[in-house]
Write a protein that binds this ligand. Structure first.
Ligand code: NCD
Ligand code: ZN
Length: 477
């Protein structure tokens, strides 16, 4: 008879998945969930933590963070960014390629992987850049360990040039053969650049000029174009930071046509509106912009009817000086977010705008499925990674920019009251945050999700028309 002894039992909580909630204990061994069941049915264990009255969720998987290293470490590092994630109940992050150097070559990827492995508190996937100049690098990046790709259709921080449509099509053709998902910053570069020049010439440099430069058509055009290219090539795509109600129509239509397309929105689009430009000034500058209240209302509908698959943060830290400028065009875009998503959105759960199951689906299960991590992550079942967040739905706090782990302390949610906060975060069975305290020893515990990632079989289409096919290149099998 074997003597199976668990490393840890979380006792007496309520387990929550995307579909169910039930009172149970959860036993963890070797970083994985060993058993879930009645409190008195747990295997023998080395340690017990009582979580009676608390809810036990799969850790959040944030598909959109910018951790800035290498290149902009005054804004954030892998240490501070993942510490912020740990404090926010986030157990896996997908990190963006607009660093210096951009993650567009294997050499740049290796620099980032080394920094991440050495410092990360939580698990991570790395986005490779899909740009016009590095299409010949995409397959090497896949072999080198990227988890997905990112294509900047519109300009944003770091000003990586947006590839012309022909280059995007070629990139989709290449990646479609391998099945990895391609995330799009879906804004039309030409429309907004022209409008910005004209606004500047007319003397507009107030915060609302940023919104005026980027009306919904900027996003709608790019979402629709990306969906057409994905449909043609069979590439899997993900629309980042959906900000307008208008984008929901091309999203719904593409989904109805069977395009493998997922979409995220962020807490700032669900919780803020035009008033923020008056209240927050240049701090609120973000791409795409926070919009008028009508968009917020439509985005909530998109959340409730499933058009929007997930909630990510677009954690985009900058220094205080970089965020605050009298001239809106000189303020950096984006703000910190990975640590505040969970309390902000749990507050919405408490307000009845979202069920706790839907919250788990949108912040954990859906991103795990979209990026090939399910069912190792995104669900609490025996055999899954013990990536767990314990939350206290009764606890009331105030968002305090002064205590965030992130170097980018500017947040439009400073001093906002929240109800429902993460109190323990475990990554593969190890506490990285305990009793709302970071566990410093866990630095470096995080690892690349490529060790487990498995996307469904690639589904490329129109292969006889690919650029490689028409010039007779053999391509890679
Ligand atoms: C992001 C950043 O700072 O890297 N900024 C932003 O306004 N969202 C880039 C991005 O996601 O567009
Ligand atoms: Zn973006």
């Amino acid at each position: 008879m074997t003597n199976l002894v668990a490393d840890l039992v979380l006792k007496g909580g309520t387990i929550v998945t995307d579909t169910t909630q039930y009172r149970a204990s959860i036993a963890i061994k070797d970083g994985m969930i060993l058993a879930i069941g009645a409190d008195d049915a747990m295997p023998p264990t080395h340690a017990i933590v009582d979580v009676t009255g608390k809810h036990v969720l799969p850790g959040a998987i944030d598909a959109h963070v910018h951790f800035r290293e290498p290149g902009y470490t005054h804004k954030e590092t892998w240490e501070t960014g993942t510490a912020s994630a740990a404090m926010g109940g986030v157990t896996t992050v997908f990190e963006m390629p607009n660093t210096k150097p951009p993650t567009g070559t294997v050499e740049a990827l290796n620099i980032k992987l080394e920094a991440a492995e050495r410092q990360a508190y939580v698990d991570f996937g790395i986005y490779g850049l899909m740009g016009e100049d590095n299409l010949d690098q995409l397959e090497a990046l896949i072999d080198g360990g990227v988890a997905a790709f990112k294509c900047f259709m519109g300009n944003t921080f770091a000003n990586l040039p947006s590839p012309p449509t022909g280059a995007i099509l070629e990139g989709f053709e290449i990646v479609a053969k391998h099945g990895l998902r391609i995330a799009l910053h879906a804004e039309n570069a030409s429309i907004m650049a022209r409008r910005q020049v004209k606004l500047q010439a007319a003397g507009r440099n107030d915060p609302l000029a940023h919104l005026a430069a980027r009306p919904p058509v900027v996003a709608v055009e790019a979402v629709a174009r990306a969906a057409i290219l994905a449909e043609w090539t069979g590439a899997r795509i993900h629309i980042l930071h959906v900000s307008s109600g208008d984008e929901l129509r091309p999203l719904r239509e593409a989904k109805a046509r069977g395009v493998d397309i997922t979409a995220e929105t962020c807490p700032h689009y669900l919780l803020l509106d035009e008033q923020a430009y008056t209240d927050k000034g240049s701090l609120i500058r973000v791409n795409p912009p926070v919009r008028e209240k009508t968009h917020q209302d439509q985005l909530w509908k998109g959340v409730q009817d499933g058009t929007i698959d997930m909630i990510a943060t677009d954690h985009a830290p900058h220094s205080h000086a970089e965020k605050h400028n009298e001239d809106i065009w000189c303020a950096d875009c984006g703000f910190t977010g990975v640590e505040t998503q969970m309390p902000l959105m749990l507050t919405q759960v408490r307000n009845g705008r979202l069920s706790l199951n839907d919250y788990v689906r949108m912040t954990s299960t859906a991103p795990a499925r979209a990026f090939g991590l399910f069912p190792r992550k995104g669900i609490l079942i025996p055999g899954a990674d013990a990536d767990i967040v314990v939350i206290d739905l009764e606890r009331e706090e105030m968002v305090d920019s002064g205590v965030l782990q992130s170097k980018g302390s500017s947040t439009p949610f400073d001093k906002v009251a929240v109800r429902g906060v993460p109190i323990h975060t475990l990554v593969r069975g190890r506490f990285v945050m305990r009793e709302r305290q970071l566990v410093p020893d866990a630095k470096g515990h995080g690892t690349s999700v490529r060790r487990i990632q498995q996307m469904p079989t690639p589904a490329p289409r129109n292969l006889e028309h690919t650029t490689a096919a028409i010039i007779g290149a053999s391509g890679r099998p």
